[in-house]
Design a protein around this ligand. Sequence first.
Ligand code: TYD
Length: 139
Amino acid sequence: MSKSNIVCMLDFPQYGDDRGNLVVIEALTNIPFMIKRIFYIYGSKNEIVRGNHANRITEFVLINVAGKSKVKILDKEGEEQVFTLDQPNQGLYLPPMVWKEMYDFSSDAVLLVLASQPYLSDEYIRDYESFVKEVNCDV
Ligand code: TYD
């Protein structure tokens, strides 16, 4: 799988039979990085917004393995793209240096996140103005 610097939806192979469904995600086959960290978010109230940050080096894939949520991506001009995650066999790929907000969680939402790096709080940019400056090399 080739590297991409573009936010995009990924479709994962899904195997279903009369026993139910099984979705497969293999590092470097279905997603473009080695998975070094997995976390998941559940029990988020519908009115809250999570994220509100960019990551300098980490790539992510976000999958709503149950329920629904939305992800808003903001670029340095404030232009936004909104993705609805409601399919367990689809994931949203986020390259580094993308401002993201997760919101509109359904009560049954389980948002699974695959990450290319371990957790390093220093690589988070938690202020949008600082993010814009860094993207513009104006730091
Ligand atoms: P936070 O980044 O605020 O979550 P979100 O991106 O959903 O808004 O993380 C919440 C807390 O969890 C914060 O104290 C940092 C901690 N945390 C870790 O320790 N390791 C991790 O991999 C992540 C994602 C968060």
